[in-house]
Design a protein around this ligand. Structure first.
Ligand code: AMP
Length: 456
């Protein structure tokens, strides 16, 4: 199958070619012709599947013809859960719409000044990409008009619902014309998302592509057990010295954890930045640009970076802290192995977190390989029984973890050392081929390393 068979017009085919895409992805093969035919769509697709082009290309084709309706409101509205994803969608719209006559877009997201957004809304706009909260603000002040709206896209609908946007979404949708085309993309179409999808769409075509298992085949996933915080830091240091590592995205559980870890890595000489939701949008943008430009080698982030972030240079995702939800694990590791490349996802686990790992494995229907780094093996320890309460009458006898014959986590202490791990020399050691390129060369004072980046 080629893009030329999907019914797209020559100007879009030209930009696709310029993007270097040779064949459409599975979701594009299914969704593009159906959307061009005017159907509502319910698409279960995952990050990295090419879903953005799957909804943008047919939407751009539609708006390449004149509207026929007066007004200056958007003809396409894309709702996304996060600011980062919204910005990436806008960027993709410019890329795919590069040959179109003066495409006008606006991103309406929280954390950015209103002034610029209001200025954009004064002029006619073709595509608005928005997070639900900020869009509601603009709607309430009467600054946005949906009378010309032709296409409504809900991107990562499941995530928007997880974030509590259900009421906002329903209010927004109620203000759009009934004649609109609705394209809903979500990792899952079950449960609450399915119910919402049924309410918002008319006679939709359901498209299901690539399960998480197939999708992550190109990402090597492994677990490293850590005895304690200090051991965890040593494992991280060894991972960051892997010669195969180009850029790494490290996830922490908290904003403070991200700041502190970034600062500690900075002090060790890594070109590192932190990214989390407390940062001003302009600073988040600058941080992401440095990552894209390759000026940052390590980004320490909270789950704010788990979705939408698309940086081809990220070879490694490291879960310094486990995600709270199994689903977030899938999104986090999807930040590597982008656009057909391979990637490595390493999860650092405390012995007390085995249950969370099992939840992830159940969710992905995959077993994550247990690895060790030579010289940094976890200390053999007798696991505590699964429960310490006294058994009551009728309880099934419970064996402690260690006593369960087939507990695969016992293997953590027996696994063959250092699978595929090629250490780099320590940062700054003489002759290290990578040291000048990756070390943070920002200004330093006699008082020690600059903290500017983390307290701006
Ligand atoms: P998405 O799932 O929309 O986040 O897209 C994931 C990545 O795949 C992005 O970097 C896109 O630029 C890239 N991509 C989208 N469609 C194709 C395609 N047909 N061939 C190669 N890469 C693609």
């Amino acid at each position: 199958m080629s893009f030329a068979n999907l019914g797209l017009n020559p100007s879009l085919l030209k930009t696709i070619e310029k993007s270097g895409y040779t064949t459409p992805t599975a979701v594009q093969v299914e969704a593009i012709p159906a959307a061009l035919a005017g159907h509502d769509l319910l698409v279960s697709s995952h990050t990295g599947s090419g879903k953005t082009a799957a909804f943008l290309l047919p939407s751009l084709q539609r708006i390449s013809a004149a509207s026929g309706k007066p007004g200056k409101g958007p003809r396409v509205l894309v709702l996304t859960p996060t600011r980062e994803l919204a910005q990436q969608v806008e960027k993709a719209a410019w890329t795919y719409g590069a040959e179109m006559n003066r495409l006008r877009t606006a991103v309406l997201v929280g954390g950015s000044p209103y002034a610029l957004q209001l200025k954009k809304l004064k002029d006619p706009v073709d595509i608005v990409v928005a997070t639900p909260g900020r869009l509601m603000d603009h709607m309430e002040s009467g600054r946005i008009d949906f009378s010309r709206l032709e296409v409504l896209v809900l991107d990562e609908a499941d995530r928007m619902l997880d974030m509590g946007f259900i009421d906002d979404i329903q209010t927004i949708v109620a203000r759009t014309p009934e004649s609109r085309q609705t394209l809903l993309f979500s990792a899952t179409l079950d449960g609450v998302v399915g119910n919402l999808a049924r309410k918002l769409t008319r006679d939709p075509q359901r498209i299901e592509v690539a399960t998480p298992v197939q999708r992550e085949a190109r990402i090597d996933q492994r677990l490293l057990f850590a005895d304690n915080f200090s051991h965890k830091n040593k494992l991280l240091d060894a991972l960051l010295r892997d010669t195969e590592l180009n850029q790494a995205l490290i996830f922490t559980a908290t904003k403070r954890g991200a700041e502190e870890l970034a600062e500690s890595l900075y002090e060790q000489g890594f070109a590192v930045d932190a990214l989390h939701g407390d940062m001003q949008q302009s600073k988040r943008n600058r941080t992401l640009q440095r990552l894209r430009d390759g000026r940052t080698r390590v980004l320490v982030a909270t789950d704010v970076a788990a979705r939408g972030l698309d940086v081809a240079g990220i070879t490694h995702v490291i879960n310094f802290d486990l995600p709270r939800q199994a689903e977030d694990y899938v999104h986090r590791i999807g930040r590597t192995g982008r656009a057909g490349r391979t990637g490595s996802a390493v999860t650092l686990v405390n012995h007390s977190e085995k249950r969370l790992v099992r939840d992830i494995e159940r969710y992905t229907s995959q077993t994550i390989r247990i690895d060790v780094i030579a010289g940094l093996e976890p200390t053999p320890r007798a696991d505590k029984p699964a429960t310490s309460r006294r058994p009551s009458f009728g309880d099934k006898p419970k064996k402690p973890f260690a006593a369960r014959g087939n507990d695969r986590f016992d293997g953590a202490r027996k696994a063959s050392p250092g699978t595929g791990h090629k250490p780099r020399p320590a940062a700054g050691s003489s002759g290290a081929p990578w040291s000048s390129g990756f070390r943070n060369e920002g200004p330093r004072t006699n008082a020690g390393p600059s903290r500017r980046r983390f307290s701006e």
